[in-house]
Ligand binder design. Structure first.
Ligand SMILES: [Zn+2]
Length: 160
């Protein structure tokens, strides 16, 4: 288990595998709130991205713009089709980026087996389980076209 006071110990750039050593930033300043230290830390991580990975930095700037616009539009009810389309575009991408749980077909089968279902019952239930997974997680037939485009962009930027 990592030490919560030593966040840099587990921080590795996914783009270049560089271990970000921020010794000075790991030392709390007297009176500093933990979130202030985290802010300094993220700023240093951002500096690495800006210096070493300009394409990723541009992607982040684009996402910041979209996210800000999404939050503004969310403050309004609108019938404007362009705003609605933009809101849905940003919402779909943010949903995909922030979704914590991912279920593969084998995860679904394991989940059904935990409820004591037989292999035959699992095979019969799989289409329903897949449909519900895809509906709730907005993937497969329910995936917004913007998500596929954003995934291709991210894949091109991140070798992982
Ligand atoms: Zn890097």
């Amino acid at each position: 288990m990592s030490d919560p006071q030593s966040i840099e110990a587990v921080t590795v750039c996914r783009l270049c595998k560089h271990v970000i050593a921020l010794t000075g930033l790991s030392v709390p300043i007297v009176g500093e709130r933990p979130e202030d230290r985290a802010t300094r830390y993220v700023a240093a991580l951002r500096d690495h991205i800006n210096r070493r990975h300009p394409q990723q930095a541009a992607y982040i700037e684009g996402m910041k713009k979209w996210t800000g616009e999404f939050i503004v539009i969310e403050c309004y009810g609108t019938e404007d089709a362009v705003l609605q389309k933009g809101r849905e575009y940003a919402r779909a991408i943010l949903h995909e980026m922030t979704r914590k749980n991912r279920l593969s077909d084998s995860d679904l089968k394991e989940g059904l087996a935990r409820f004591g279902k037989t292999t035959e019952e699992i095979d019969a239930l799989m289409p329903v389980a897949k449909y519900l997974r895809d509906f709730l997680s907005e993937q497969g037939e329910f995936q917004h076209p913007a998500v596929k485009h954003a995934e291709a962009q991210r894949a091109a930027l991140q070798p992982d």
